[in-house]
Design a protein around this ligand. Sequence first.
Ligand SMILES: Cc1ncc(COP(=O)(O)O)c(C=O)c1O
Length: 378
Amino acid sequence: MTDLKPIPFLDLKAQQARIAADLKPRIDAVLAHCQFILGPEVVELEEKLAAFCGAKHCVSVSSGTDALQIAMMAEEIGRGDAVFLPAFTYTATAEVPLVLGATPVFVDIDPRTFQIDPAHLEQRINEVKAAGKLTPRAVIGVDLFGQPADWPAIREIAERHNLFTLDDCAQAFGAIHHGRRLGASADATATSFFPSKPFGAYGDGGALFTESDERAALYRSLRTHGEGKARYEVLRTGMNGRLDTLQAAVLLSKLTVFEEELDARARIAAAYDGRLGNAVVTPARVPDSVSAWAIYAVVLPDGAARDKMQAGLKADGVPSAIYYPRPLHHQPAYASAHDGAALPVSEDISTRIMALPLHPDLTDQDVDRICQSVLAHC
Ligand SMILES: Cc1ncc(COP(=O)(O)O)c(C=O)c1O
């Protein structure tokens, strides 16, 4: 056991202290104008985020999950449709197709980058076509842990099979792929502003990005109950899916430091690579990309080594986390939707993966202490 103070896995208090001078007047401005829903800060944020990632449209919404749902609703995806997605991701990615009556078809991942495996995606599409029960409609690629999925490969496959591509960028807003920020790599991109995300609000929030004028208009309508141009004209079944103005004010403030924070995350990831690369399997980089480093995950030889490491880290005041302890096809909620295909990489990685703290307010001393602890418990 250590006498040192535990290191926080995430430090939103330290971040708040850094942005306080900018944040407080923005919040006061909202409290003064009282336009709490779709106020001017929401419009300003959408313009700034679209410019930040080079997308034509940004439509802010109430969460990353609602962003995925609105994108699927706009394509009228539902009963009898197959939606391809990785088995190794957060539950929301699979939940949305099921909520809409569609069937998630789980795809395996690359063992080194943890991103959806394009060759297996193609195989799964062909299997669904051969079985003849479901109509392949969409693929949700997830930019897991902050690195981009292999979008050129996913798009090429999707185009050949006439599938809608949705980028679940909940963990990777700010990441760069082939010289461009994520936001226009798929037909639509969904992100999350959940507080623990690299670009997080102080509550739930999310956004959709698209190059399509039609899709952007549909997203705006769907997030406000399917509203038409006139108030109380209801054109389609929608939802209450708006981002609130206070969250937009918080995000505008965080945007002023976001690039510095991304740089700090990258520096810490590089330090972990250098210090830990000979002791544990450190994350392989997706070629020609810059990660947003939502999560820094290492892979250990087996589950026993992971248990030992987590116990040792805990005794040293170093937190760790497991993303994700079960692939989604093994979750009770999704098991009955799964067609029984083997997904050996997702199954194996979930038993051995472990995340270390990574946030912009970790000090050099914190990083040193984390590395020493990992090396001591290998
Ligand atoms: C990969 C992924 N997809 C979707 C979501 C859902 O985002 P939210 O929590 O904002 O609904 C999350 C976040 O938690 C996520 O990590």
